[in-house]
Design a protein around this ligand. Structure first.
Ligand code: 13P
Length: 341
């Protein structure tokens, strides 16, 4: 393992002013996004849509440090024959790859899942490296509900994350470690805090026992936030303050950076939360974004599958990327949203 190189890439992924575009929706997930805008889920449409994002030169060059790709995309070529990976590299952003193979029900644990995909990972990683990927992503999914999560689910998922991370580092690829606690339930922010703390403690414990070098990884967590169905909303400052407190209690300073998932927050909420955390300042790691929905909802809507809307979609993407770029420095302001509108 070349730890200096892993550390260099990990630091580049969390460069202030920039963050990660999570464009790694599986074919099933992108179908849900396309259904919402009336676009047929074909290979060409998926290619055209992602090409539009990667050709948003200004956003990519100034605000995007890396792009997480789905397996199909890493092998795809743009309409003019240029590999999509090359388009990304030409903007200065780093290509990455989602390597988990989704979730399966966890036996004996009703309503809980475990992420799969370790079996052939050793053989797959060198092929992705050769194709240009310098980092990878693996997402564990923990749900909150009556009686869940169980320790079984927390442990099985943390262990798989750590096994994945160790295999990535051995292959010269920076692992994004994503232990996602869902924000879909009716729980309040404190319950989210408690479960996320449990999952993060277990994850770093497993990373240690699996000999993962913390300097060569990026953490992708959820924020401490109330569930979407909770009657008790938490304000921006409370989310920021509790998330920072939680991360300080769980994430060693050797980790170069933390890149949040958006998890179903509105575009502006995701930006405001990141901004408020960076305004707190004096943090041992960089805090940035690795957003899927919060970066792409606006361009998807603007595009709606029409070639004549490509420029508008690129403007929408550029705007969100800019707003989140400012948030990584604690320099975002709500009135910048209004001005753009
Ligand atoms: P969201 O930002 O839409 O939650 O997606 C990020 C991601 O990569 C989840 O795995």
């Amino acid at each position: 393992m070349n730890l200096d190189e892993l550390n260099r890439v990990a630091n580049a992924m969390v460069t202030p002013g920039k963050g990660i575009l999570a464009a790694d929706e599986s074919t099933g997930t992108i179908k849900r996004r396309f259904d919402a805008i009336g676009v047929e889920n074909t290979e060409d449409n998926r290619r055209d849509y992602r090409e539009l994002l990667f050709r948003s030169t200004e956003a990519m060059r100034d605000c995007i440090s890396g792009v997480i790709l789905y397996d199909e995309t890493i092998w795809q070529k743009a309409r003019d024959g240029t590999p999509l990976v090359k388009l990304i590299e030409q903007t200065g952003a780093i290509p990455g790859i989602k390597v988990d193979e989704g979730t399966k029900p966890l036996p004996g644990c009703p309503n809980e899942v475990v992420t799969i995909g370790l079996d052939k990972l050793t053989e797959r990683l060198p092929k992705y490296l050769e194709q240009g990927a310098r980092f990878a992503k693996w997402r564990a999914v923990i749900d909150i509900g009556p009686g869940i999560p169980t320790h079984t689910a927390i442990h099985a998922n943390a262990h798989a994350l750590a096994r994945y991370a160790a295999l990535c580092q051995a292959a010269g690829i920076v692992p994004i470690v994503e232990p996602e606690v869902l924000m879909d339930g009716d729980n309040d922010i404190d319950r989210c805090y408690e479960v996320t703390q449990w999952m993060l403690k277990e994850t770093f414990h497993e990373l240690y026992y699996n000999r993962v070098a913390l300097e060569g990884m990026v953490l992708k967590p959820n924020m401490a936030i109330a569930g979407k169905k909770s009657p008790k909303r938490a304000g921006v400052d409370e989310v920021a303050e509790k998330t920072v407190r939680l991360l300080k209690a769980c994430v060693p300073a050797a980790v170069p950076g933390i890149a949040f998932l958006s998890g179903g927050q509105s575009d502006e909420e995701a930006t405001a939360h990141l901004d408020a955390m960076n305004r707190i300042g004096n943090l041992p790691w960089k805090l940035t974004f690795s957003y899927g929905r919060a970066l792409q909802a606006a361009p998807q809507k603007a595009w709606s599958g029409r070639p004549e809307n490509v420029a508008a979609a690129q403007r929408a993407f550029t705007h969100r990327a800019r707003m989140n770029g400012l948030a990584t420095r604690g320099q975002w302001r709500a009135d910048l949203e209004r001005k753009a509108a």
